[in-house]
Every structure is written in C-alpha cells, then in structure tokens.
Ligand binder design. Structure first.
Ligand code: UT7
Length: 329
C-alpha cells in the first residue's frame, strides 16, 4: 500500500508581551485606523531581549509532540523554517532537538520566507512517502521583531513573533497531506530582503548604521505578487489533489495582510466563515503564521473531521506554496 503522511499533532507558542496599534502611534507617525484598514492588524506579540527563536520553537514543538502522543524517542527528524534563526550557525533546529531531548536525530533549518512552513510540510510528505522517516517534527518559528526597524512606519507595524509546529506521521488518523504546489522567483528577491549580515554584505559598523540588517520590503509590489501567486498555488494544489474548490471547508492562509487573505478566499469562492483569520491578534509572523493558525483552529474544534483544508503561503524569495490537507476521521 502507498505510504501516506498525516498531521497528527500541532502546537504553537507566542511571547506574552503585546504591542498594540496605540503603542505604535507613540513610536512612529501612524494610526490605529491606517493599520487596521490597510492590514487588519490590531496587536502583535513581541519577544523580550532574553527570548530567541529556539525558545518559542521548543515550546511549540513540545505541544505538538504532546498532541500527537509522542515521546522524544519517537521523533526521527526535525526541521525548522525560519529567517530569524538564533545564529547563522549552528542551526536552530539542532538547539531545539537537544532541548526536546531527541536522540541525535537529523535536524536542520531552511529559509523559504513566509512560505517556510508549507515548504516544510511538502518536504515532510516526501520523506514519509519515500520511507526515509516515519515521524517528523516540522516547525515554523520567527522573532521578526528582532530585525524590525522601529523607525520605519511602513514595516514596523506589520510584524510579530511566534512559532508553530506539526507532528507528521506515516500513521493516521490525522490530516492527510495531499496535493501541493510550490515555487520561487529570485529575480524579484529585492522586494523583500535583509540586505546585510550574510556573505554578500557582512555586518560592519557601516551596514548597521545604514540599517541594512533590518527587514526592507517594497510593500505594494510584494502585495501584487502575493495575491497572484497564492491564488495560483491554491488552484494548482487543488488540481493535483483532484479536489474541486467547492469542496474546500477552510482556508488557512499566511497572515500578512487581511486584504491578501480576502483576495485568496475570493479566488476559491469561499465565504468569510470558511477562512481562518488571526492576523488581528498576531500580525505577520512569517513562517509561524500558518502553523499558529492551524493549531488554533485544531484546538478550537474548527477542524473536526471530515474537513478539507487549504494552506496557502507567500514570502521572501520570492516564494509561494499551497497544500491540501484532508481530515477524514
Ligand atoms: O509576509 C511576506 C509577504 N509580505 C506581504 O505580502 C506584504 C504585502 N504588502 C502589504 O501588505 C501592503 O503593501 C502594506 C500593508 C505593507 C502597505 O499597504 P499599502 O496599501 O500597499 O500602502 P503603501 O505602501 O502603498 O502606502 C500608502 C500610503 C503612503 O503614503 P502616500 O505616499 O500615499 O502619502 C505611505 O507612506 O500609506 C503610507 N504609510 C503609512 N501611513 C500610516 C505607509 N505605512 C504607514 C503607516 N501609517 N504605518
């Protein structure tokens, strides 16, 4: 029988501290009205100076393991999608695997911007179906506020911190990882970039003074690509799955902007009640946004079988990805 991959547990973690739009009004020339109408964001959770990506990732992964009923010795591999690792190296995944008490399993990070978690699910599906692993932890974790320019009103109002995780198993019951679509276009990578700190522009006093270690985004151009790519990913993933858009029960999209989520929902002809939205509370948490939303939807009983769920993402790279997940019982 063909091997299949299932989501059998999820978890998430966000820092306690909350930054509101009213707080931001005191920091930059902005307003609650502008942020709410242009993005849908009301609050975001932000880490303190003692907390890093691995801390949030460890808690989220431990919760996913608990939900799946896994002990540390059950996990055979762990990978983390992140653009804000604790360090350039070693991989944050190695630190998290150690803190979870996993037994010397393969652990690695990868960067696919905000599409990272869906990229991770597609990789996990391939590893499980090929028989390489039976049980994998896939994590999306970010501390975007550590690389946010708090003087740039165009970007600082958007981002938040958090982590989400999924336990992927060759044994159900759970959410069957189905049809998918993923892609990238490096020709327009400059639309969303952290310009310094890597081998192209190593960190120097000059790069720091120029703010080149912060997130720089051409928002309106990125917006246009996001709408087009997410629509395409969803439709092609549905096609690969052999599922009609009228059979979709829930869309969990990357939470970057309510207007992008709404445009993706329209492409699938979904009414608002079939779209999970939490951008108002968390802002854009990049690779963590989909697994946080997925875990909330699971724990709130929104994903009770049978349910067909579409996950759709878009981010730096530029990258995009969509996957169909079916909870059949
Ligand atoms: O997560 C990965 C992928 N990221 C995305 O998908 C994000 C995509 N982009 C977006 O979500 C939106 O482009 C933004 C929310 C970033 C910006 O919204 P927008 O409707 O595209 O605004 P804009 O950048 O075109 O700016 C419109 C106006 C400008 O003023 P003028 O030139 O019209 O006078 C900006 O200076 O809004 C101004 N503005 C602000 N005003 C108050 C920009 N940021 C702010 C702000 N408060 N925070």
């Amino acid at each position: 029988m063909k091997r299949q991959a299932f989501i059998t547990g999820t978890g998430h973690a966000v820092p306690e501290a909350i930054l509101t739009n009213a707080d931001l009004e005191k920091m930059v020339d902005t307003s609650d009205e502008w942020i709410t109408t242009r993005t849908g964001i009301k609050t975001r959770h932000i880490t303190d100076s003692n907390t890093a990506t691995s801390d949030l990732a460890t808690t989220a992964a431990a919760r996913a393991m608990e939900a799946a009923g896994w002990k540390p010795e059950d996990v055979q591999a762990l990978f983390i999608a992140t653009v804000t690792p604790d360090h350039a190296f070693p991989a944050t995944a190695c630190l998290v695997a150690d803190r979870l008490g996993l037994s010397r399993v393969p652990a690695w990070d990868f960067a696919a911007g905000c599409s990272g978690f869906v990229y991770g699910l597609i990789q996990a599906r391939a590893f499980v179906e090929s028989g390489i692993f039976d049980r994998i932890l896939v994590i999306g974790a970010e501390c975007l506020t550590k690389i946010t320019n708090w003087k740039d009103r165009a970007s600082c109002v958007l981002f938040g911190d958090g982590a989400g995780a999924a336990a992927i198993s060759s044994q159900g019951p759970g959410g069957l990882l189905g049809g998918y679509h993923w892609g990238s276009d490096g020709a327009i990578s400059d639309l969303l970039v952290q310009a310094a700190g890597g081998s192209r522009n190593p960190a120097t006093h000059e790069t720091v003074e120029a703010g080149m270690h912060y997130i720089a985004m051409n928002g309106s151009e990125t917006f246009k690509h996001a709408v087009r790519a997410m629509r395409e990913s969803c439709l092609l993933a549905l096609e690969m799955d052999g599922t009609d858009k009228s059979d979709v029960d829930l869309l969990i999209s990357h939470q970057a902007n309510y207007r992008i989520i709404d445009a993706t929902a329209r492409a699938l002809e979904l009414p608002p009640e079939k779209v999970y939205v939490n951008i108002d509370r968390y802002g854009n948490t990049s690779s963590a946004s989909i697994p946080i939303a997925l875990d909330e939807a699971m724990r709130r009983g929104i994903i009770t079988p049978p349910k067909t769920v579409v996950l759709a993402a878009f981010g730096a790279g530029l990258t995009w990805a969509g996957i169909i997940v079916k909870w059949n019982g």
